[in-house]
Design a protein around this ligand. Structure first.
Ligand code: DC
Length: 227
């Protein structure tokens, strides 16, 4: 079974996808982590985030794998500690907008789905481009205000919510208006509005929608808003 969950930055996709995967007994694929890893290695090697050719070469040659917990390894080394900081976050939208980078990263994502025999993937284009044949597609939405509030709470700086909201909105705008694989809701995705929902309630809503659609392999129109 392939479940694809897309949505804007900090919409809670990662937590929801990871927990849903555990409930369904599937592997979890954090596609954003792969773009973050390409960005981190590029910055480490002094590659300009505007240098499309060098970035494409890097994305082609970078060996990326995941452990059972869904944590990313590059060239056999764990990279979580390096890929979530502000330097990578500030450059990842630009790096991931290059078609050559996306081509190699998407190929690796499809390869992982074949290796694993199914997965729960989350990102910006998993339901529209990477796995258009996914059994279940979701668009996980939350307002910028709510996303910023959660993020500010996470880092213990509630006063930073306004600044974080502005940063999130800027990244969403960039990710949604880029030429290649922009963030958008697939026409056959179920939209989940997570404002006011606790993390477990989001996973409940995802799981309920999957069961209502008939579990694995069900296709067809799923345009309703699940809450
Ligand atoms: O989900 P995240 O914040 O870790 O994603 C980091 C960036 O990677 C995001 O700003 C856009 C890009 N991305 C993408 O272009 N396509 C994906 N499927 C996932 C992430």
């Amino acid at each position: 079974m392939i479940v694809a969950i897309d949505g804007p930055s900090a919409s809670g996709k990662s937590t929801a996808a990871r927990n849903l995967a555990a409930r369904l007994g599937l592997r979890f694929l954090d596609t954003g982590a792969m773009y973050r890893a390409v960005t981190w290695v590029a910055l480490e090697r002094g590659i300009d985030p505007a240098d499309a050719a060098a970035l494409e070469d890097l994305a082609r040659s970078l060996e990326m794998s995941f452990d059972d917990r869904g944590l990313l390894f590059v060239l056999g080394k764990p990279v979580e500690a390096h890929i979530r900081g502000p330097r990578v976050t500030g450059a990842v939208s630009q790096v991931s907008a290059h078609g050559g980078v996306r081509m190699h990263v998407v190929a690796r994502q499809r390869e992982l789905a074949r290796e694993w025999g199914g997965l729960v993937a989350e990102g910006r284009d998993t339901s529209t481009v990477v796995f258009p044949q996914a059994d279940h597609k979701f668009f996980l939405w939350a307002s910028a205000k709510e996303r910023a509030r959660r993020r500010a709470e996470e880092i213990g700086q509630p006063e930073a919510a306004e600044r974080i909201a502005a940063e999130l909105e800027a990244r969403d705008r960039f990710d949604s208006t880029r030429a290649i694989a922009p963030l958008r809701q697939a026409s056959d995705a179920v939209r989940i509005d997570s404002d006011g929902l606790l993390p477990d309630q989001v996973v409940d809503a995802l799981e309920r929608a999957i069961h209502e659609a008939g579990g694995a392999g069900q296709s067809g129109s799923r345009r309703s808003t699940a809450r």
